[in-house]
Design a protein around this ligand. Structure first.
Ligand code: ZN
Length: 69
């Protein structure tokens, strides 16, 4: 997977972490590749952490496959 350059303008893309709290108590963290010039973004990986009824932390892991431009 080539993650180095923006497919739109060939600028160097940067890794950023974005976290958000969902309304059902799930914390979602996304690893995003972002172009600082045109704001093109690709979600590389996504984690969701939640607690079950016994208080155990459950982590689900999602991968996304960027499509070629
Ligand atoms: Zn760009």
């Amino acid at each position: 997977m080539d993650t180095g350059k923006c497919p739109r303008d060939a600028n160097k893309m940067l890794f950023t972490l974005e976290s958000e709290k969902l309304s059902n108590g799930v914390a979602r963290v996304s690893l995003v590749l972002k172009c600082p010039v045109c704001n093109y973004r690709v979600v590389v990986e996504r984690l969701e952490a939640s607690r079950d009824k016994d208080g155990n932390i459950l982590i689900r892991r999602f991968f996304t496959e960027p499509k070629p431009a």
